[in-house]
Design a protein around this ligand. Sequence first.
Ligand code: MN
Length: 244
Amino acid sequence: MIVDMHCHLDLYPDPSDVASKCIERGAYVLSVTTTPKAFLGTFKLERIQGRIRTALGLHPQLAHLRYGELELFDSLLPRAKFVGEIGLDGSKEYAKYYSLQLKVFRHILASTQRQGGRVMSLHSRSSATDVLDELVKFPNLGIPILHWFTGDSFELKRAIDIGCWFSVGPAMIKSKKGAHIASLIPKNRFLTETDGPFGAVKGEKLMPWDAPTVLPTLAKIWNLDLEDVENLLQTNFKNLMVAT
Ligand code: MN
């Protein structure tokens, strides 16, 4: 079973072709967006027969350019079952917009809470503590999934205690630090992703159907057979979907 819980389908050179190939392969894809304006166009990629679902997002790296779309975010939210990509980015390039990012993030969390909560895919690069601080301020937000988590072990433990889930992809697990983080994530909160087309391995953009390439590494980390890993991840995905 192919599950990609964080993929930017709309940002591949030929989104429609990638969507068709996902459908052919029976892939379950959470197609995240980076701006509210991209939601409706990206939503069309779901098609009738597919297992693609579209998330409404406003990426923290675009917060300073797109905060004017928050009203649109709010008006689209009732029809969006998933929210993402949202969050904060404290890395050097984006730190100068951090206070604006926080405003945008808080607005989105408040709106999501008002709408009864959602499954959310969250970016927390160099900002995990602040992301978690915000999440606890808004009870009944739904299920937060920390995508490509790079925080420290203290932040990871706190995220687990708060009830976060995690999505891990091939690019993350290839790094020593990423594999270490993956080994500390509870098995029953673990999901696969690619972050394609941004996620890449050896210069090759990841495609949604590359998500299961993390399984052999997980089998090693968890000391389980590949089949057991497959079953476990399948159960996680089903549990998450039942909760939505
Ligand atoms: Mn992303």
